[in-house]
Design a protein around this ligand. Structure first.
Ligand code: GLU
Length: 495
């Protein structure tokens, strides 16, 4: 059974890099008919953020990555499901204690009483002399009796991994191929801290084993920790999982992706009006490529086509323009009703909404408004502004009404005539097809050039240099408002 997990630390908001890790782990589980777990790694109490778990869950659910087991959302509350829990590490302290004791008893771990100051001195000495940094093994030399006496005296202690200092640790990484580390360069990692909490390294191994994880998918920053983890698997006599270390995410300038160069939290993209489908599709391509031209992938298609073997080792550049492209593609593909439904929160927040509440409640009408601009905007958040001209005619200069090949006298003549002609169209017939046809016939009959009529009509209705076509706008505005806007233009022209 393939079982993967996403094991974030609740230190703030879910990062797009975290979303990618979760997505890849989810895809590996789903394409093998397996299970995807969510475990919360909250043993670093200094970095713990109370709202972190909720934020991670909300972002994952928003993206459609729902755990089968572990920490889940139920009735909008953080809860846990599964028979291998608890799935929050701070609730598993006795388990880690038990395994630490086992390592100590077998001589595979040891107590260390060194104060931080001493460790700092050692580190500085090593750096100055260009030596590999790490614990120098002083407490490894303590006699059993000395250790017992110090423990009995209540001296501060941690438990360290006794890493062999010869040989190599080798594994076949599903992304990076064969990876080798010289054991002498691997630190005697702290496994249990003086506050009784395990470090990540102990907890991750114990939990991945007990939770029967078959594939560990995680960021490249953990590659150098993997030898320690494999050593722990060996000491416990456990079969290690397969490892896949994902490439770093980079800014456009190839530096490590950071907040300083733009948003990195999934929540921020959600708030900016990006669609979850677009974010998932975009994030899937950060490091993975199907090797074909196809770029638009639904979650189901990703489940079918994704493979860790096709994930690159090289860092993946986080390119917001590409995300914008994906978002536009998805906005085009979604129905206007769907886009309207999703854009509603942004309409409700927009400055002009209050006065338009009644109109906005008419969803069918709003969907027609949305159609006007949904293929042009980048995000849902752009929509209310893009269609604002429907709700409020913007102020504009009368010169805007003059077509580039026309004159003011011509517009002054055409617009009143056009208004009269439009007035003869009944409210029942007031739709873009009939409008287009009638206006077209009228232009022919009057022998005007198309631009000399359609340009001022469109500007009268939109008040803008650029906008959708006049028939579409007129349909959405309705007959009364269309004629009123023509009046506004006619008055402007005579002033
Ligand atoms: N808690 C670790 C993190 O937040 C998990 C690393 C792993 O997946 O093993 O990155």
């Amino acid at each position: 059974m393939v079982r993967t997990r996403f094991a974030p630390s609740p230190t703030g908001k879910l990062h797009v890099g975290g979303l990618r890790t979760a997505l890849y782990a989810y895809l590996v589980a789903k394409q093998n008919g397996g299970q995807f777990l969510l475990r919360i790694e909250d043993t670093d109490r200094g970095r713990f953020v109370e709202t972190g778990t909720m934020n991670i869950l909300q972002s994952l659910y928003w993206a459609g990555i729902v755990p089968d087991e572990g920490v889940v959302l139920q009735d909008d509350k953080v809860s846990q499901i599964g028979d291998k829990g608890p799935y929050i590490q701070s609730e598993r302290l006795p388990i880690y204690k038990k395994y630490t004791d086992e390592l100590l008893a077998a001589g595979n771990a040891y107590y260390c009483f060194c104060a931080n100051e001493r460790l700092e001195e050692v580190r500085q000495f090593q750096q100055k002399n260009k030596l590999p940094t790490g614990y120098d093994g002083r407490c490894l030399k303590l006699e059993k009796k000395e250790v017992e006496a110090m423990l009995a005296a209540g001296e501060n202690s941690v438990v360290r991994l006794k890493m062999p200092k010869t040989g190599e640790t080798v594994w076949n990484d599903l992304v990076r191929g064969v990876v080798k580390f010289k054991n002498e360069l691997v630190d005697d990692q702290v496994l249990l801290k003086s506050d009784g909490f395990p470090t990540y390294h102990l907890a991750v191994v114990v939990d991945d084993h007990l939770m029967e994880i078959s594939h560990v998918v995680r960021g490249e920053e953990w590659v150098s920790s993997t030898p320690k983890h494999l050593q722990l698997y060996a000491y416990f006599g456990w079969q290690p999982p397969q490892f896949a270390h994902l490439p770093l995410l980079l800014n456009a300038d190839k530096s490590k992706l950071s907040k300083r160069q733009g948003d990195v939290a999934v929540e921020d993209y959600c708030a900016k009006g990006y669609l979850p489908e677009a974010i998932v599709n975009f994030v899937a391509f950060l490091g993975w490529n199907p090797g074909t031209e196809k770029e638009i992938y639904s979650m189901d298609e990703l489940i079918k086509d994704f493979s860790l073997e096709k994930v690159s080792k090289a860092g993946a550049v986080f390119n917001v323009e590409k995300l914008d492209w994906f978002n536009r593609e998805y906005l085009k593909r979604l129905s206007s009703n769907e886009v309207t439904k999703r854009a509603l929160p942004w309409f409700e927040k927009s400055d002009y909404f209050k006065d338009q509440k009644l109109k906005i409640k008419d969803r069918e009408w709003l969907a027609k408004v949305v159609v006007l601009e949904k293929d042009r905007v980048i995000t849902l958040a752009d929509l209310p502004q893009a269609v604002k001209f429907i709700f409020e005619l913007p102020g504009y200069q009368k010169d805007l009404l003059i077509w580039r090949k026309g004159t003011i006298e011509e517009v002054q003549k055409i617009l009143p005539e056009l208004k009269e002609s439009l007035n003869t169209i009944s409210i029942q017939d007031w739709n873009k097809l009939i409008l287009e046809q009638k206006v077209g016939e009228w232009i022919k009959q009057k022998m005007y050039s198309t631009g000399s009529v359609l340009w001022p009509l469109r500007v009268s209705l939109s008040g803008q240099q650029n906008s959708p076509g006049p028939d579409e706008i007129a349909e959405v505005l309705g007959k009364d408002e269309t004629l009123r806007r023509l009046d506004v233009a006619i008055v402007k022209l005579s002033s």
